[in-house]
Design a binder for this molecule. Structure first.
Ligand code: NDP
Length: 271
């Protein structure tokens, strides 16, 4: 029997997940169907119940429901607990398993596709929202020399420093405090690019040989990545690889098999 999966969010029409998972299934010969569900903003739980009643096996959860998905889960992985957000739900009888694959997606893209080793490197994350919180623990697990978090609202970066201090060398602060420091990896986890804006970065933060990574992709990443190149970053990448890699991690949770992300990234880039 064909197994049923879906991505749920609001809005959802532009989600690339159905195409990504259809490609994964084709690649591995898995018998599944993957749909997109537009849930009313005040009726996430009801939409999940209806999906389960129809035989649904698992859901990807996107904006604005990751926190509600976290609350709905009856069991959660450590990485979901630290992210305080769930982007992957799996259903097994009455149990609802909640996981967060965003961080694993970023690490897989950095390490396996871009060949960037985080161990011993100085890492900067810009932003302190849900995306930043989800990647801090997986980044610290790679043993960077230091992990700095800079945010426009400084208190949010300091709160993340407090939350993750026990897991590794993490520092929070504002952008102005970055002056005089250079990083090997600079990750843009802000939504500034969506508004065509650039976080207020001081000069000189890109160390020689550094990688600039923008979690947004396509046009939304152009401004930051162009700035990074002009400021001396040796390599730049947008977040399409992370998007496909986090989907691959969800696919693995559900199906126990790992798809190859490269051909799927190429396909999406081709339009
Ligand atoms: P949130 O709304 O939770 O957080 C947004 C963050 O961006 C905050 O830290 C905010 O700062 C900061 N910010 C917004 N505008 C500006 C600006 N003009 N200058 C400086 N900082 C700014 O969003 P998320 O964390 O959920 O998502 C962030 C981005 O990551 C989104 O663009 C999202 O699409 C992308 N993403 C990509 C994924 C992928 O797989 N490629 C996965 C997850 C997210 P402040 O706190 O001061 O408001």
């Amino acid at each position: 029997m064909t197994d049923l999966y879906a991505v749920i969010g609001n809005p959802i029409a532009h989600s690339k997940s159905p195409r990504i998972h259809a490609e994964f299934a084709r690649q591995l010969g898995e018998d599944l169907r993957y749909e997109a569900i537009l849930a009313p903003r005040d009726a996430f739980a009801a939409a999940v119940s209806a999906f389960r009643a129809a035989g649904g096996r698992g859901l990807n959860v996107t904006v604005p429901f990751k926190l509600e998905a976290f609350e709905l889960a009856t069991e959660r992985t450590e990485r979901a607990v630290q992210a305080q957000a769930v982007n992957t739900l799996s259903f097994d009888g009455a149990a609802v398993f909640g996981d967060n694959t965003d961080g694993a997606g970023l690490i897989a893209d950095l390490r396996d596709r871009l060949g960037f080793a985080i161990r011993g490197k100085r890492v900067l994350i810009m932003g302190a929202g849900g995306a930043a919180r989800g990647v801090i623990l997986p980044l610290l697990a790679q043993e960077p020399a230091a992990l700095s978090i800079a945010n426009r609202t400084v208190e949010r970066a300091l709160a993340l420093e407090r939350q993750f201090a026990a897991f590794g060398p993490v520092r929070g602060g504002g952008y102005a405090e970055l002056g005089g420091h250079a990083f090997h990896l600079v990750v843009n986890a802000t939504s500034a690019g969506l508004a065509g804006e650039l976080p207020p970065l001081p000069r000189g933060i890109f160390a020689p040989g550094s990688l600039a990574y923008d979690m947004t992709y396509g046009e939304d990443s152009t401004r930051f990545l162009a700035h990074a190149r002009a400021e001396g970053a040796a390599q730049v990448a947008d977040g399409l690889g992370m998007l496909v890699a986090q989907a691959a991690e969800s696919f693995f949770i559900w199906r126990g098999r790992r798809p190859d992300i490269r051909p799927v990234i190429d396909l999406l880039r081709a339009g």
